[in-house]
Design a protein around this ligand. Structure first.
Ligand SMILES: *Cc1c(COP(=O)(O)O)cnc(C)c1O
Length: 492
């Protein structure tokens, strides 16, 4: 540590800012963070990142450590995802991996910019919406079965269009932790001569060692799978900034690149979205893989699986709640159980759990394109440290359910409920709202009690906000939340 007095003061200031953050360790935040529980792993990752701090990952021929580490991470990925011949890249995260998977598939198919479509399950990550938007591609969201929350091969087949150039499956998906039928989708992809991307961003580095023989193949063992993404900064326990994207063959991978010599500067050859880039995520991932090896990962995954089983069992035992669909791995969602006499509203419940010292993530209900509805849920990400607090969590689950049983769902903030009514009644036009300048949007937020500069702690009433998401057109809440975050991170 530095002894320079000014640096010490600056770091003390940062530490006091960090004191206001949600806890990144200890398992009390059941989303966003993936705590292995191994302090030495965090130290190793920090030291590895520090060693490459001055390196520019832009040019691995100049900074050859980058190439050496990337080769080894890819070699590890080949092994655990059963793709001997696969090739790929380490990216900055899941969103970048998904974006590049779409870009590579489009360019490999020779489809012009601004055309083509991708077919994804309803439950696929929003990163594919982002990819579609940025690449000018149509995204077709296929309704999933509301019982299993997995897509059916028939529904995907029916959604394919002449201009479709990619099918996406999740293993598992974020909203409910279930996996799509990759084997059947692989058959469909082969029959239709389409590529199939498996988004294993969330659980890839956990499912690879999941102790459940009944789990059907979901990786490159499945014929037809042409690319796979798995986030190193999730169950690879790396600090944020690392994901692995693998392709089944070299030409598909090469289609991911942007290269040009057609300017007066250095030849630009970028495998990923960035130009100059940090090697910190890569170095940390490489070091963690070296340290843990397959056995180390497996040991951690066994704990995750055990905690997941205990927690889903606990939910099943609570009158008024249920686990949604058929989660296969380290993530699951909780919804109200409509077959129960006394319903527990899942968002009220998650608030009551939060009061007991755990942060759960609330997710809105979602109407699929066929009119079927995925209910409002609460998301839980289980990590190796969850093991230490399982009993406490179960206690909180039960007590929270007892506290809120029978209460109706939370209403949106008054002003937003009124806005929803005006829009629904036709007395206000949605385009008018979408066209509002920033100041007016911010004023509407303040009127609704969602003041970006109000609380200071940034603590939001997420159940109320999610209630507003359900009540308002999604494009309206997207605009409002973007306004909120922009204001929140800027000077008043
Ligand atoms: C997290 C996640 C992503 C996006 O990853 P980021 O690292 O947050 O950019 C994509 N797909 C799934 C299934 C995810 O869980």
């Amino acid at each position: 540590m530095t002894a320079d007095p000014r640096s010490v003061r600056i770091l003390a200031e940062l530490e006091s800012l960090r004191d206001n953050d949600a806890p990144t360790h200890g398992g009390r935040v059941l989303s966003y963070v993936y705590d292995s529980g191994l302090a030495e792993l965090d130290e190793l990752a920090a030291a590895a990142a520090r060693l490459v701090q001055p390196v520019n990952g832009l040019d691995p021929t100049v900074f050859t450590s980058v190439a050496a580490m990337e080769r080894e991470v890819i070699t590890f990925g080949r092994k655990i995802f059963h793709g001997d011949q696969t090739v790929g890249s380490v990216t900055s995260g899941g969103t970048e991996s998904c974006l590049l998977a779409v870009k590579a598939a489009r360019d490999h198919a020779g489809i012009a910019a601004g055309s083509g479509s991708i077919v994804v399950p309803s439950t696929a990550h929003a990163a594919f919406d982002k990819a579609a938007k940025l690449l000018g591609v149509q995204i077709i969201r296929v309704p999933v079965d509301v019982g299993t929350t997995a897509v059916t091969v028939g529904a995907v087949e029916a959604a394919l269009r002449d201009d479709t150039f990619l099918i996406v499956a999740s293993a598992p998906n974020y909203p409910t932790g279930t996996a799509d039928p990759v084997v059947e989708l692989g058959e469909l992809a082969l029959a239709r001569e389409l590529p199939l991307h498996v988004d294993a961003c969330l659980g890839g580095f956990a499912l690879a060692w999941w102790p459940d023989e009944s789990l059907p193949p979901w990786d490159f063992r499945v014929p037809g799978v042409t690319s796979l993404s798995a986030d190193l900064h999730k169950y690879g326990y790396t600090p944020k900034g690392a994901s692995l994207l693998l392709h089944s063959d070299r030409d598909r991978h090469r289609a991911q690149y942007f290269a040009t010599t057609d300017w007066p500067g250095y030849p630009v050859v970028n495998p990923t979205l960035l130009g100059s880039r940090s090697a910190a995520g890569l170095a940390a991932s490489w070091a963690i893989i070296e340290y843990l090896g397959e056995d180390g990962f497996r040991n951690l995954v066994v704990r995750v699986a055990d905690s997941s089983r205990r927690l889903t069992k606990a939910i099943d035992g609570i009158d008024g709640l249920r686990v949604v669909g058929e989660p296969v791995g380290p993530v699951f969602a909780v919804a109200s159980d409509p077959t129960s006499g006394t319903v527990v509203d899942t968002h009220r419940w998650s608030e009551a759990v939060s009061k007991r010292g755990f942060a759960l993530q609330v997710q809105p209900g979602y109407t699929q394109t066929d009119g079927t509805v995925l209910p409002p849920t609460t998301h839980l990400t289980i990590t190796p440290v969850t093991e230490q607090i399982v009993d406490e969590l179960v206690e909180a689950f039960v007590a929270a359910a007892d506290e809120v049983r029978g209460l109706p769902a939370q209403e949106p903030p008054q002003a937003l409920a009124e806005l929803a009514e005006l829009l629904a009644g036709g007395s206000l036009d949605i385009d008018t709202v979408l066209g509002l300048p920033s100041e007016a949007t911010a004023a509407a937020l303040v009127a609704a009690g969602v003041d970006p500069h109000g609380g200071g702690s940034g603590e939001l009433d997420m159940p109320a906000i999610v209630a507003a998401v359900q009540a308002l057109p999604r494009s309206v809440t997207a605009k409002m939340l973007a306004e909120f975050l922009a204001s929140f991170t800027n000077p008043a």
